[in-house]
Design a binder for this molecule. Sequence first.
Ligand SMILES: [Zn+2]
Ligand SMILES: [Zn+2]
Length: 351
Amino acid sequence: MPGKSMEALVLLGPDEYEFREVPVPEIGPAEVLCRVGAVAICGTDLGIMSGKFFPMWPPEWPFIIGHEWAGTVEAVGAGITDFKPGDRVAGSSAVGCGHCRNCMKGRYNLCLNYGNMEAGHRQYGMTAQGAYAEFINANARSIAVLPDDIDLPTASLLDTAGIALHITKQGNVEAGDTVVVIGPGAVGSITYQCARALGAGRVIVAGRGSRLEKAKALGFETVDVNSRDVMEYVREETGGIGPDVVLECAGTAQTIVQAVEMIKKGGRVVVGGISQEKGEFPLHRFVLDEIEVVGSRAAPNCLPEVLALTRSGALRLAELVTHKFPLSEFTTAIKTFRERIDGALKVVVEP
Ligand SMILES: [Zn+2]
Ligand SMILES: [Zn+2]
């Protein structure tokens, strides 16, 4: 059993953090105390650290962030029989209250008690204590046991993989479909793999730089937005018809509009990238071409599924981990991630 205190990376306010001794979290019923083995840095972490999401994420300072993690079970709370000390597990970043209408329907990513700790909702590293620490206290509904053949740094990508899978499922991808994935970043690079895993006949990845090179290296068809007009390329390559599904993972107003403009009549666009900008939508297309545009948030019920797809080899996550650092070198790790040093895609820290 751990002692009473632990080392953690604590945010004190916007762009201010330090390593501190803090109490080891206490576990309640249905909760599991886990020793954190690996945490993947997420773009959302940068936003939270800058203070731009305060007071939504975090609701208060000081705060411990980190939501893409894997580790080992230390202790289990009352009523937990599915996990035991020593189990290696991966964490999912959110758990719903479990009793609101949306949670009851399995849509706990849209929990009606979002952020309400008393009701039982948790978004780890955003509204509840996160994983840049020796231990995290996770609801049993938010973790899954890992098989021996998946290491902890790879497993720390499973939350992101779940987001990518949810985006792909929201697209209702059918066998043989032509799917365009815009934005081959951390989420996009797993989304194009999911599209193929779910039966797409052809997957075209639009992007630039080392991230697009990664897609090519993984065997995907790519189009470089710096050297080609993507709209023109996709139109030509689909006989002027457009793709069946577009999965938008870049999150700019321009790429979201582009997705709606390039889609086939009756096609489906999923917006997974979060845009802060306003854009002008080609509104007539919704009606006259019966375009479906849906959003995709988080990764409800996806953890067991991406775990299975990773084991089967359909998802190649280990190759997306470009850098690893001990937690004590967090400052270097975050700089490497932010500035995309040496083609950084997923940067993992190990407490
Ligand atoms: Zn994330
Ligand atoms: Zn709920």
